[in-house]
Design a protein around this ligand. Structure first.
Ligand SMILES: C[S@@+](CC[C@H](N)C(=O)[O-])C[C@H]1O[C@@H](n2cnc3c(N)ncnc32)[C@H](O)[C@@H]1O
Length: 216
């Protein structure tokens, strides 16, 4: 994949190997990912996509809780997918990892019961956010659910100041709509139903908000 066309996990490829320890503490990773999984009411019979899975932490957590669940981790970056595959092997977690762009998914219509996306949308330009949301809707089954957690509207003034870190790291253009509080409206504009904010986590680099959205 052309590297110029996407922002790697920590913006610069050479930082990817430090992703897990940095994200664990700076984003309260386990707390917000477990909250997102809880709101998705998972069971063994579901087919799941972890979109822009990064190092695969969420996919592996799911697989440990539900060993028979069918889960695909998808990301554009082959370097981070190597880390994800290695972690999954060590955890004895059978996960199908695939590579590609989020706005051109290689899956048939109505394939998945749940799609998860964590710390990802702030990597996308507005145009790519729209295209990616359309793709998610296409590959979800009817009544399927989309669960998103990402940096979003800062909860208060100090969170607003701290969220400048995420602008600095991942760039003004892609973080702009997130931090203006536009994620919910974007999901509605692209055809999702019953879009709701389900929670928030204050972190040292800004507010992470959780959302749930349905396909009719
Ligand atoms: C900050 S990381 C989040 C990873 C993981 N979801 C997590 O919660 O730790 C963002 C990820 O998005 C991936 N990414 C960026 N642009 C992408 C695109 N257009 N399509 C698919 N993946 C993309 C990056 O490679 C990176 O792994």
């Amino acid at each position: 994949m052309a590297k110029a066309d996407y922002i790697p996990a920590l913006r610069f490829e050479f930082l990817t190997r430090f992703y897990d320890p940095l994200v664990r503490y700076s984003t309260r990773e386990f707390a917000f990912k477990n909250a997102l999984l809880k709101q998705a009411n998972l069971n063994e019979n579901l087919k799941i996509l972890d979109l822009a899975c990064g190092t695969g932490t969420l996919s592996i957590t799911v697989k440990k809780k539900f060993p028979k669940i069918e889960i695909t981790g998808y990301d554009v970056d082959d370097e981070i997918l190597k880390i994800a595959r290695r972690k999954a092997r060590i955890a004895h977690a059978e996960i199908d990892f695939e590579q590609g762009f989020s706005d051109d998914l290689p899956f048939k219509n109505e394939t998945f019961d749940r799609v998860f996306s964590t710390l990802f949308f702030h990597h996308l330009t507005l145009e790519r956010k729209h295209r990616t949301l359309k793709e998610i809707l296409r590959i979800l089954k009817p009544h399927g659910e989309f669960h998103l957690a990402d940096f979003a509207l800062p909860r208060n003034k100090s969170q607003f100041v701290l969220s400048k870190w995420i602008r600095l790291i991942d760039g003004f253009e892609t973080t702009h709509d997130n931090l203006r509080g536009r994620l919910l409206a974007l999901m509605q504009e692209n055809g999702f139903e019953k879009v709701e904010r389900t929670g928030y986590f204050k972190t040292i680099i800004g507010t992470i908000r959780l959302f749930k959205a349905l396909k009719k």
